[in-house]
Design a protein around this ligand. Structure first.
Ligand code: HEC
Length: 158
């Protein structure tokens, strides 16, 4: 019994220690001016811009809009930060204009697929973000736009 007590004390100590601000990851907020956002290079109708902004930019851009209070709780912050890093590796709308022609086609294709299969926005994100929940029409129009962008970029027809 005594050793269980020690283990609990150690676990409690670790949980408290990791709450130090030192362990909160750096926020995803970029002041870089020369990044080429998707809207700088491609035609993104206003309603699609709003869909992407509300549903995707928190993870897939260089500026997470508003950090929730629970971002200051470890390990939640580590988990969120990991999502943002992974998401940006796949698609970063803030730097989308810098992708090569072939990369852009590939990204638009994945984007279309994620809308058709409704795998994005991430489910865990939707628990806390009502504004990011897409209705049927939003999934469809973003998918359709992503498809048309591939056509514009001259996807080989088959
Ligand atoms: C809470 C964070 C989060 C939000 C919000 C989010 N994503 Fe993602 N997204 C991720 C993560 C993490 C990955 C990488 C891991 C994976 O593929 O599941 C990813 C991967 C992707 C991929 C690549 C998947 C593949 O085919 O490999 C696409 C496309 C994508 N997201 C599109 C979107 C779109 C479009 C939105 C908005 C409608 C969105 N995401 C919103 C976190 C997010």
């Amino acid at each position: 019994m005594k050793s269980l007590k020690y283990i609990l004390i150690i676990v409690a100590f670790i949980l408290i220690a990791i709450q130090l601000p030192f362990f909160t990851p750096k926020k995803n907020i970029s002041k870089v001016k020369n990044q080429i956002d998707i809207t700088d290079k491609y035609d993104v109708p206003m309603n699609i811009q709003m869909d992407l902004y509300n549903g995707c930019y928190d993870c897939h851009s260089n500026n997470t809009k508003k950090y929730p209070w629970y971002y200051h709780i470890q390990p939640i912050s580590w988990w969120m930060n990991h999502h943002i890093t992974e998401a940006k590796e796949q698609i970063n709308f803030s730097e989308f204009g810098a992708y090569t022609h072939d990369e852009a086609i590939e990204k638009f294709k994945k984007l279309q697929k994620s809308m058709e299969e409704k795998t994005m926005p991430l489910k865990s994100y939707l628990w806390m973000h009502e504004e990011a929940k897409y209705n049927e029409k939003q999934y469809q129009r973003v998918a359709e736009w992503a498809r048309s962008m591939q056509d514009n970029l001259g996807k080989p027809t088959h």
